[in-house]
Design a protein around this ligand. Structure first.
Ligand SMILES: Cc1ncc(COP(=O)(O)O)c(C=O)c1O
Length: 361
């Protein structure tokens, strides 16, 4: 006898991760930290290994309470997850399963879509306007969860604080989930965290250690929300999903505030240089407040293969719902030099105009 999968899963394909680059400095497909983690993290991991025969603290109390003081909320308003992706799946199980309805931007952050379909819920995707969330149209949709990704992935665009406040006030959605995975990379004074809105009710904010803290491989994210939401998610979460090693690493990362500052400074500087480089090479770039740039190219596939010949891996826009673009993560200094080499006009990389002229687009 065979077991059949639930029919609603037919809508889904497995998540496609970014390709690894042949050399580390060429990795620009997954929005990882080019500077790695704080040097204190490795020592904390070694220390935690001595206790690896014990189960981790299921609630990560020490981490939770340090995050609570950082964000001026109570510890029971925080839930630590195996990356923020796990928390997104938990939100879907708790609030969307069996016929719920979510609203998000089109294209969305991929996990918002996958987690919604995984629990047989409906998803309304509202097309971006000028590459950013169309909060006005999204506010007309009555949903259980509204996802706002700020800055958005894959565009790097932000919503203004006034726009978010108005959205929260007007949206009929029972819960507005604001995903701030990239908030530490913003330098637009208009970009602000929504954590203070949690107190007003109906808002949950997602954060991750994967980006500015460089812990993507260890899987630590957290949700800041009202107590009843955290209590609900605790009932359904796998109790030991955040390992003791990951908890120790996240604590060490939090206790070294100089490292995220250095990552932020590097990211903003290299991001600006990349914008100049790409625009001078003829590629329009979407203004980004994140650790990546969305670049318009008339010949997406050719762009991806041409930079790969220089050791660089970027994310094809088609895999993110934006054909005709590529998403390029802010790399190391050496990575920027690789990109400079790949974009030099005498190289084989197709210029947008040349691509159009060759009939390849
Ligand atoms: C918008 C957004 N949210 C969440 C995540 C996932 O974070 P984590 O590694 O904590 O699961 C990502 C990762 O790329 C992201 O782009």
């Amino acid at each position: 006898m065979t077991i059949a999968e639930r029919p609603w899963l037919n809508r889904l394909q497995p998540y496609q991760p970014g390709n690894r680059a042949p050399i580390a400095d060429g990795s620009m497909a997954s929005n990882e930290s080019p500077l790695g983690a704080s040097p204190d993290v490795a020592a904390a991991i070694c220390g935690a290994l001595a206790q690896s025969h014990r189960y981790p603290d299921p609630l990560a109390q020490e981490l939770r309470s340090e995050l609570a003081s950082l964000h001026h909320v109570a510890a029971d308003q925080i839930l630590i997850g195996n990356g923020s992706d796990e928390l997104i799946f938990l939100l879907a199980s708790a609030y969307l399963a069996q016929g719920g309805h979510a609203v998000c931007a089109a294209p969305p952050y991929q996990i918002d879509r996958i987690s919604t379909y995984a629990v047989n819920a409906r998803l309304t995707q509202v097309p971006l306007r000028d590459w950013a969330h169309d909060l006005e149209t999204m506010a007309a949709v009555d949903a259980d969860i509204a996802y706002v990704v700020n800055p958005h992935n894959p565009t790097g665009t932000v919503c203004t604080p006034a726009g978010i406040r108005e959205f929260v006030a007007r949206s009929p959605a029972r819960l507005v989930v604001i995903d701030e995975a990239y908030i530490d990379f913003t330098d637009d004074p208009n970009a602000q965290t929504a954590i203070p809105l949690v107190a007003g009710g109906g808002v949950a904010v997602l954060r991750t250690f994967s980006k500015i803290h460089g812990l993507a491989g260890l899987r630590v994210g957290y949700l800041v929300a009202e107590r009843d939401i955290i209590a609900t998610l605790q009932k359904i979460r796998p109790p030991f999903s955040v390992s003791s090693v990951a908890q120790a690493a996240a604590l060490a990362a939090l206790r070294d505030p100089a490292h995220p500052l250095a990552v932020r400074e590097h990211t903003l500087r290299i991001r600006a240089e990349m914008v100049d480089l790409l625009e001078q090479a003829g590629y329009p770039v979407v203004p980004s407040q994140a650790n990546f740039l969305l670049v318009q190219t008339l010949a997406e596939t050719e762009f991806v293969s041409a930079v790969l010949r220089h050791g660089i891996s970027v994310r094809p826009g088609s895999s993110l719902g934006l054909p005709g673009t590529v998403r390029i993560s802010v790399p190391t200094e050496r990575g920027l030099e690789l990109l400079r080499g790949a974009l030099r006009p005498d190289r084989e990389l197709l210029q947008p105009t040349a691509a159009a002229a060759s009939g390849l687009v």
